[in-house]
Design a protein around this ligand. Structure first.
Ligand code: COA
Length: 378
């Protein structure tokens, strides 16, 4: 096999929704710098940008917001199915099951190859995934799920559906910034998976189910939860240095939330989330988790091993602190990633529709020339 494998450096598609400039630490959604969008936009506005290629006018934004809110309600049968699942089921596995099952209740599920119809499915699934995440968090804790409100934007609806209480502005703002930052990211592993499934001519829900499966892994979306578990394991600010020496310096473990296939400079989303995490920690009066993360990142930045390999915090590193500070359970972090990335997956699925089958080649390294022998002679 040539190179290090992992399709590194291989261009597999033309993509118009985002550009990841790893050398310069830049991320652009359909022409707009991520810093600009994070400071000024909303998640629905970013959905419009990714799906239609331009920012919406006021009436278009309200139409999209209300359609997502309207379609976010889950069929009663899906709620009943979720209640029948084991309470200890892993939330990403539940989400995978729910999205697969939702296809059976989508009126257009088997209409294939039609981009306008696919856009309706994107709108429906964007709301439904958010509702499913909040519903599962309640169901597994023995509470009734709460239906989405028609008057709220998606991030506010998520916060509302977790508790049923009027959502706090600071919490909604934190979730919305997170949702904007995670919405799209070039040919990442889950987006590639969604494109591969779409390339076979298969249906929209199958592509998203595949993407959820890819996102679940700790080398991809699962890293936010693993990053937080590592901060909890460190436990106190004074433990950071001995923990680094014991676990990382000997090369036994990786720092979760550090390193990236494309970014060889600081991930711009990590910088925005670091600022957000710091501000939230200061506002809450509890600096511990932010300081543990930040001190560990500083140790890594000063370490020759990390410098030589250009390993910097990625989006999952500080987002873990943001999501923990708003009170989310750690195993809900990756579902939140999916809640946002459905926007980018949808844009990529629609762009891929009608494209050529994605079917790479492989280098055979197995034996040759063997002759079959009867089973009792082996
Ligand atoms: N901690 C310590 N060392 C790391 C590291 C980390 N988080 N990430 C990469 N490295 C090292 C590897 O050991 C390797 O060293 P080597 O050249 O001596 O073998 C080198 O950096 C390159 O790593 P590699 O695994 O080949 O890079 P990749 O592009 O295949 O993987 C990640 C990228 C993201 C999977 C990898 O950096 C990682 O596992 N990070 C932690 C998980 C994470 O945060 N994932 C979320 C990504 S957004």
């Amino acid at each position: 096999m040539s190179g290090k494998g992992g399709l590194e450096g291989v261009v597999v598609a033309d993509i118009s929704s985002s550009l990841v400039d790893g050398e310069n630490g830049r991320l652009i959604y359909a022409g707009y710098e991520i810093e600009d969008l994070a400071a000024n936009s909303t998640f629905e506005e970013v959905c419009h940008l990714l799906w239609y290629g331009r920012l919406p006018k006021a009436d278009e934004l309200e139409l999209l917001r209300s359609r997502i809110a309207h379609d976010a309600k889950l069929p009663d049968e899906i709620i009943a199915m979720m209640k029948a699942l084991p309470k200890q089921a892993e939330p990403m596995a539940v989400l995978r099951t729910v999205v697969s099952a939702l296809a059976h209740y989508d009126p257009d599920a088997e209409i294939l190859g039609n981009k306008a119809v696919a856009m309706h499915k994107a709108i429906r699934l964007t709301g439904q995934i958010t509702t499913a995440c909040a519903a599962w968090d309640r169901i597994r804790k023995g509470h009734e799920p709460i239906a989405p409100r028609q008057d709220l934007a998606l991030s506010a609806n998520f916060v509302y559906m977790l508790s049923g209480e009027e959502p706090k502005k600071e919490t909604v703002d934190a979730v919305d910034v997170y949702m904007i930052l995670l919405a799209e990211h070039g040919m990442n592993a889950s987006t590639f998976t969604a494109r591969v499934v779409t390339g076979t001519g298969s249906d929209f829900h199958s592509a998203i189910v595949g993407a959820i499966g890819a996102l679940k892994g700790p080398a991809h979306g699962g890293a936010n939860a693993e990053a937080m578990r590592q901060f909890v394991e460190i436990g106190e600010v004074e433990n950071v240095e001995p923990w680094f020496t014991k676990n990382i310096k000997n090369g036994e473990r990786r720092i979760m939330g550090i390193g990236h296939r494309i970014y060889k400079a600081l991930d711009p989303r990590a910088q925005i989330l670091r600022d957000k995490a710091k501000a939230m920690a200061e506002a809450s009066g509890n600096m511990k988790w932010f300081l543990i993360a930040d001190n560990l990142a500083q140790l890594a930045r000063a370490d020759q091993y990390f410098i030589e390999r250009k390993l910097y915090p990625n989006v999952d590193y500080y987002s873990a602190i943001v999501l923990y500070t708003i009170g989310l359970d750690i195993d809900m972090f990756t579902p939140l990633f999916a809640m946002s990335r459905i926007a980018g997956w949808s844009a990529n699925v629609i762009e891929q529709m009608g494209g050529r089958l994605i079917r790479p080649d492989a280098n055979y390294v197995g034996p040759m020339g063997l002759k079959w022998v009867p089973i009792n002679e082996r």
